[in-house]
Design a protein around this ligand. Structure first.
Ligand code: ATP
Ligand code: MG
Length: 318
């Protein structure tokens, strides 16, 4: 019950991404069993967006930050929350952002998602510069081109599951879609997140994990340039969290979605293609896709700066 592609999409993807059966195909199969049936044909850790049927055709990176600074307050009370972030995230990539409390993670996510404007620097989403936009333009951009998944799910309780998933499409306008096409899209996404037939329920009739799956379906419904996730598993138990992370992973692998996720949890970050570590408003370290233990060790080194960093063994791979 993962993010299932239909057969034609799967065939297209296989033809374009090529090389089914490569080493690494099994690597994603462990995510809560959601992906075992997908026949993933891409290379783990590499953005495969040109092959993805749902990826936007624009060749611009999903996210580009240049010299982004964000400060709060003035004079001696100035807080430098971001002190010069440079970052390019390709489409079809899954990035985790970690760092100690106060390191700037939320500020980074808000600036990258157009929820806040940097004091200096440039933010481009899908090639569009957002730093000069007014509030109406930013609202329109967020509705039509971004998806959000929050720790608290943020579903509207009075709407059904299907209506919640359809909401971003309604807010973004019909864009040539008929109501039937929109409903079909919602039904497809609900099936992909394992909630087939639950479109008529209210959020309160679902478990926390199911509600977060609805939120993921909702975040994907407009085929956004980027899905921003802020502690998406913070309110879930470990098993349910693993399922939800498997869905985000699957959205990247099978739909070509781009996910940027802030998390405190090394086990969550282990699902990402890369982990960025923030400290004191700067990206101070990066890891490619790594096991939770390696990510946790890097975090421990970050939060204990007074101690010398653990030596890295040149011969560790031997
Ligand atoms: N609205 C604000 N006004 C003043 N200072 C702020 C504001 N928002 C954040 N800050 C400061 O900016 C810095 C970065 O905050 P931010 O919320 O981005 O950290 P974080 O990494 O998300 O922390 P946490 O893990 O605790 O959520 C902190 O020093 C914080 O106190
Ligand atoms: Mg925060």
């Amino acid at each position: 019950m993962g993010l299932r592609r239909n057969k034609r999409q799967a065939e297209q993807h296989t033809q374009q991404a090529g090389q089914p059966g490569q080493a690494g195909q099994q690597e994603y199969a462990g995510h809560a069993g959601y992906l075992g049936h997908l026949g993933h044909a891409g290379q783990p850790g590499q953005p495969a967006h040109p092959a993805h049927p749902e990826a936007a055709h624009d060749a611009a990176p999903a996210v580009e930050l240049r010299s982004v600074r964000r400060q709060y307050g003035r004079g001696s009370a100035t807080v430098h929350a971001l002190r010069g972030i440079d970052l390019t995230l390709p489409r079809g990539s899954f990035t985790a952002v970690m760092g100690p409390s106060g390191s700037g993670k939320s500020t980074f996510l808000q600036c990258a998602a157009g929820l806040d404007l940097p004091t200096e620097g440039s933010v481009r989403l899908g090639g569009t510069e957002i730093t000069g936009m007014n509030e109406n333009q930013l609202t329109e951009l967020r509705r039509s081109r971004l998806g959000f998944v929050f720790q608290a799910f943020n579903l509207l309780p009075s709407l059904t599951v299907e209506q919640n998933v359809l909401l971003p499409m309604r807010l973004a306008g019909t864009r040539g879609r008929t109501a039937a096409q929109a409903q079909a899209r919602a039904a497809d996404l609900l099936a992909r997140v394992g909630l087939e037939g639950k479109g008529g329920r209210r959020p309160a009739e679902l478990s926390g994990g199911q509600q977060q799956r609805v939120a993921i379906a909702r975040a994907l419904v407009t085929r956004p340039d980027v899905v921003f996730a802020d502690e998406p598993t913070g309110a879930l138990d470990t098993t349910t969290a693993t399922e939800v992370l498997g869905l985000l992973r699957s959205a990247v692998d099978t739909l070509g979605a781009t996910v940027v996720m802030v998390t405190h949890d090394p086990a969550a970050a282990a699902h990402a293609d890369q982990v960025l570590f923030l400290a004191d408003g700067l990206i101070c370290d990066r890891l490619p896709r790594s096991p939770a233990t390696a990510i946790a060790a890097r975090m421990t080194a970050l939060t204990a700066p007074s101690k010398p960093a653990a030596p890295r063994y040149a011969g560790a791979a031997a």
